[in-house]
Design a protein around this ligand. Sequence first.
Ligand code: PGA
Length: 288
Amino acid sequence: MANSVKFLKFTNKEVASFYAASAIYRLFAYAIGEEKMVLGTATGQTPVLTYRELIRLARKSEIFTNYGEKYLILRQLDNYISPDATADNLPNYSYQIELENSIWKLPNCGAYIPKEYAEDPEEEADKYAQIIQDTNAEAKLVVQLLGIGDEDGHIAFNMPGDSFESTVHVVELNEETIRANANKFFGGDESKVPRKAITTGIGDILESDIIILEAFGKAKADIIWKSFFTEPSTEIPASALQISDENKVVLVILDEESASVVSEKEGEEVFDNPLDVFESIEYHIFCN
Ligand code: PGA
């Protein structure tokens, strides 16, 4: 496994999310001394507490209020493609509402989201690929927040079998993802889940300087172990994070439940000390 993967285990998702938000906040505080920071925002339920905490921190210190416009670029990781959506009539996905009520309330940032109402999704994917390139070039630091699919280990909407070098592309959602998303966001009704999405590719994700993958709850325990402690394989998209460059940082932030299989099979020594990790992030920023 690459040395750059660090595992952190917290008592519960609230404490874990507090840590993740503090790490992002700290990274931003460092980045603004120099240049812009991209924060790649994951969709899904997992990061919601982190976004809320980030907003709380931002309000308390006004660092985002004062510097957000100049120094922060938010970039959403993926989006559904909805055949019936228009610019004035967007579907009310619960995750999108959560995002709007949380991370998008960070004041004055540049923000990019793949358009779910794009008439030509392939063209929209090309445009988004260009946005990723341009914003990466503008930013001193690219921080990508990720969740992970419970059953298949997808990251963003990259499905098993997708290349580790992929860039932004249009995907057909697989049955597992449709089922999981129906339960989480559509009241269990699979017919309401869009069948396609635009996603940032695994290759794009691996370009980030710092990747923070959050996974909470028992349902993620097995896939977390498989993703990081078995041979990397395109059959488990998250296992690509094992092969990120040594000079990048991958933080895997877990609660007791999601860490349970790793704890059982690999022992407690695989978990890093959260304060040491803060230090290594600082090292990364100042020495790379
Ligand atoms: P979740 O989704 O955060 O809602 O569990 C994760 C994902 O599908 O990437």
